[in-house]
Design a binder for this molecule. Structure first.
Ligand SMILES: Nc1ncnc2c1ncn2[C@@H]1O[C@H](COP(=O)(O)OP(=O)(O)OP(=O)(O)O)[C@@H](O)[C@H]1O
Length: 226
């Protein structure tokens, strides 16, 4: 199992009391598979991603990323684990306006001290994998919304993560482009062997997910294995 959440509970302060955002959540996502998390606004989906990304520490329970139990790690160790093992795709691409598609990817890896040639080759390979080989020199305003989201996905894969966390990737896209982006995420999951968690409001296009889990009031309902 490449991503495991074991009985994870997360609460936030809420006035004088506490609000339970995640209530004993359990989830196993094997390498090369995708779990889709669906549920209404406020049900805890973003909290689940934040905990899986080790950005937020749960009150109790365990998060294992690529076999590493994250509970005992220091801040610096968690941040290294995130950089090396976790790719995150946020709802809005957040691309830097002045950089080309290729440069958006380069920035990720230069911080990691890799050789420029390796970085360029990797960026080129990933842009080709997301269907943008011919758009490497374009800046965000020269790309469509769907193309920007593809750059965002390629960027999240730059460090060859074991775990890919994707938050509402289609919310700014029309039906057809949204379906194409989801197909792409599924294909990359299979090809690159990531354990992928996809959060969405929208049940459309989920036929390819290996598990479709329902989130309600902080509880996650995982279908029994087939
Ligand atoms: N930092 C925070 N402090 C206090 N309460 C929070 C915080 N973040 C989220 N919450 C609350 O926790 C609950 C779960 O929120 P979360 O954002 O995880 O849900 P969600 O399913 O992702 O919603 P959406 O689809 O609207 O993004 C909600 O009641 C929310 O108001």
């Amino acid at each position: 199992m490449t991503l495991t959440l074991d009985t994870v509970t997360l609460t936030y302060q809420d006035g004088d009391g506490r609000l339970t955002a995640l209530d004993r959540v359990a989830l196993d996502v094997p390498a090369g598979t995708m779990a889709a998390i669906v549920g209404p606004s406020g049900s805890g989906k973003s909290s689940l991603l934040a905990v899986a990304a080790t950005l937020v520490t749960p009150d109790s329970g365990q998060v294992l990323v690529a076999g590493t139990s994250t509970g005992e790690l220091s801040r610096a160790e968690k941040s290294a684990l995130r950089r090396e093992r976790v790719g995150i795709v946020f709802q809005q691409p957040n691309l830097l306006p002045s950089l080309t598609s290729a440069e958006q990817l380069h920035v990720m890896a230069h911080m990691d001290g890799r050789k420029p040639r390796q970085v360029r080759d990797r960026a080129h390979e990933l842009l080709a994998a997301v269907g943008l080989a011919d758009k490497a020199d374009r800046r965000p305003h020269q790309l469509s919304g769907g193309q920007r989201q593809r750059v965002n996905i390629a960027r999240a894969l730059m460090n060859d993560p074991d775990v890919l966390l994707v938050d509402e990737p289609t919310s700014a896209l029309d039906h057809e482009r949204g379906a194409a982006v989801l197909d792409l995420i599924v294909r990359l999951t299979r090809e690159r062997g990531t354990a992928t968690v996809l959060v969405t409001h929208d049940r459309a296009h989920l036929t390819e997910a290996d598990q479709v889990c329902e989130m309600t009031d902080g509880r996650l309902y995982v279908p029994a294995a087939a």
